[in-house]
Design a protein around this ligand. Structure first.
Ligand SMILES: [Mg+2]
Length: 363
């Protein structure tokens, strides 16, 4: 089973106009989809973290990784990924290089499932249930924007069991808490802004509104000792990991006692194999798993399979907006805040080739 073709496709899809209004700066979502073809006619799809750097990640797959992959045996996922890690390390062990490898790795697993005629979760060892609960991850709004309350309440009504907001001020946290009531779990994502001292002070203020976790309060994200200080002195559970790559960084984070929730992102951490290593590490440190997954493509599907299989995470993150076009021929929708894992081979859903053609961005 030889690899005959590897290409990264930069998709640029507008946000959907209907549904919750999205005060989002980009207007479109950039995704990098990795397509790998084999000599037996099978095609696998993966996703590499793209967002603000789709051109760089696309180029890394197409120009740097592709020559190392074409002609190789697609079944040897572990060996091939180890080779990519080794041969690419001088271009960066953390960041875009690993995002590109993640996309390739997910596509190889999709191919493996398709070859075996089994869904990914079965290849990994099975799942107790195909149902995965989701939490609604609201985008960042202006300070004290009434939309925070409106969208938080709407998400709760739609069945999401937990709400996450991306606000930095305690007033907005108060708005969200008031909108969803006292019994619904609430988390706040800061996206790496504060010094440890400032983070401790603000964490204590926000904790009046009963946070399930406070996410990435400290700059820089790899200041694991700083995070540990904040968690220790504020008593507020912290979450972090979407900016960490490979199990090595997560090991340091856990060793420092930095967090109560680790958040590997399958399109950034190194792919499915690396995600599983992080999940195993988290288990040994008795720390919860809360994956980062604001995705719509293969990255989201892979995360669903991983959550169902590992049973270490309570929820999958669903970014709370929709896109004009779905990458999959039969879109996956949550019902009452719950996703049912597709059981088709590989990641489980067929890619809509019209979406790939129509929304492919110029490189
Ligand atoms: Mg986050």
């Amino acid at each position: 089973m030889k690899i005959t073709e590897v290409q990264a496709i930069h998709l640029s899809v507008p946000h959907k106009k209907s549904g919750p209004e999205v005060p989002f700066v980009w207007g479109r979502l950039h995704q990098v989809i990795v397509e790998i073809k084999c000599d037996d006619g099978l095609v696998g799809y993966g996703e590499a973290f793209g967002y603000g750097i789709p051109h760089a990640v696309t180029a890394l797959v197409n120009h740097t990784l592709r020559p190392l992959l074409v002609g190789e045996n697609a079944s040897d996922i572990t060996g091939m990924i180890a080779t990519l890690f080794q041969k690419s390390h001088i271009w960066g062990r953390y960041g875009a290089t690993i995002f590109a490898i993640s996309g390739v790795e997910i596509a190889l697993w999709d191919l493996a499932g398709k070859r075996a005629g089994k869904p990914l979760y079965e290849l990994l060892g099975g799942a107790a249930s195909r149902e995965v609960k989701a939490y609604a991850s609201l985008v960042r709004y202006q300070e004290e924007d009434p939309l925070i309350a409106e969208h938080a309440a709407r998400a709760k009504k739609e069945g999401y069991e937990m709400i996450k907001i991306h606000q930095n001020e305690v007033e907005s946290v108060a708005l969200a808490r008031e909108a969803i009531g006292g019994d619904t779990p609430l988390t706040v994502d800061i996206n790496c802004l504060w010094t440890p001292l400032e983070a401790t002070r603000r964490a204590i203020a926000m904790d009046d509104y009963e946070l399930t976790w406070l996410e990435e309060p400290v700059w820089p994200p790899e200041d694991y000792d700083g995070l540990a200080d904040v968690q220790e002195s504020s008593g507020v559970p912290l979450a972090s990991g979407e900016n960490a790559c490979t199990a090595f960084q997560f090991h340091r984070m856990l060793e420092a006692g930095a967090v109560s929730y680790v958040q590997p992102s399958v399109t950034k951490v190194g792919g499915i194999g690396e995600f599983l290593k992080v999940a195993a590490l988290a288990q040994t440190y008795n720390v919860a798993l809360a994956p980062h997954s604001p995705y719509f493509g293969p990255g989201f599907l892979a995360t669903l399979h991983l959550i169902a299989h590992t049973r270490q995470a309570k929820w999958i993150e669903k970014i709370y907006f929709d896109l004009e076009a779905d990458l999959f021929a039969s879109p996956l929708e949550p019902r009452n805040g719950v996703y049912t894992l597709p059981d088709g081979p590989g990641l489980g859903l067929d890619v809509n080739q019209d979406t790939l053609r129509e929304f492919r961005a110029e490189e």
